[in-house]
Design a protein around this ligand. Structure first.
Ligand code: SAH
Length: 213
């Protein structure tokens, strides 16, 4: 299932991520442990450890390893952090955060992808605290506030409902924009105050409203 050849390829990928500027050892170690090839159809296994995004089901994609590493680094994850992820997709990003020691709450709006990620979590025995099928624009008010929030789909606007579910001192990382997005973070510095920072262009599938069967 996770063989020697996969581990070797993973180490190469980690080296590549380091050379592209990823410095957070906690992120790199977690990505070195999570078997990304098991989140893809076995026919495409050879692509698992290249730094590229890849189609999963229903027109969605598993993000570039670099993007996963970058978004994870921007959260400055500490062990035990309570993190909300919008867009479970394959479940890979959630698994990386779990391996970093976070308590992960993740939401997916497409039922088939929700089911797909559930099967993988079971298989690899890396489990988020809570994974659910629903509309991520609503967040997860019953478990709020969160230490951080990660949105893994491109949002045309800043979702205020999600900002409200952040702890003071917490960070939200979100790609903002329609066709192309700007990787953006919001640090909640007070009850009503947020500091915004931008980290370059990126490309994600769109964040859509409501759920889909
Ligand atoms: N984190 C994923 C990347 C998935 S791509 C991974 O590691 O594989 C983005 C995902 O966001 C898609 O699965 C898409 O269905 C989902 N998505 C889009 N809009 C959403 C919303 N409003 N709520 C929850 N999920 C959403």
């Amino acid at each position: 299932m996770d063989e020697f050849k996969h581990k070797g390829k993973r180490e190469q990928l980690i080296k590549l991520l380091r050379s592209k500027g990823i410095e957070d050892e906690n992120v790199l170690e977690a990505m070195n442990r999570v078997p990304r090839h098991l989140f893809m159809d076995s026919a495409f296994e050879e692509f698992a450890y290249k730094d590229q995004a890849f189609p999963i089901a229903s027109g969605q994609t598993i993000s570039h390893p670099f993007t996963v590493a970058k978004q994870s680094s921007l959260l400055h994850v500490k062990r035990g952090d309570k993190i909300l992820e919008i867009g479970t997709g394959s479940g890979y990003q959630a698994a990386v955060l779990v391996e970093m020691g976070a308590e992960v709450y993740t939401i997916e709006r497409q039922k088939d992808l929700f089911d797909f990620s559930q099967r993988i979590f079971k298989k690899i025995k890396i489990r988020p605290k809570y994974a659910t099928y629903g509309d991520g624009y609503k967040g997860f008010p019953s478990f709020a506030p969160f230490d951080s929030i990660i949105v893994t789909a491109g949002s045309p606007m800043i979702p205020k409902t999600l900002l409200k579910q952040l702890k003071v001192g917490g960070i939200m990382v979100i790609p903002i924009g329609k066709d192309n997005q700007m990787m953006t973070t919001f640090l909640r510095v007070g009850e009503r105050d947020f500091e915004k920072m931008e980290f370059g262009d990126c490309q994600f599938v769109p964040m859509l409203e409501r759920t889909e069967k």
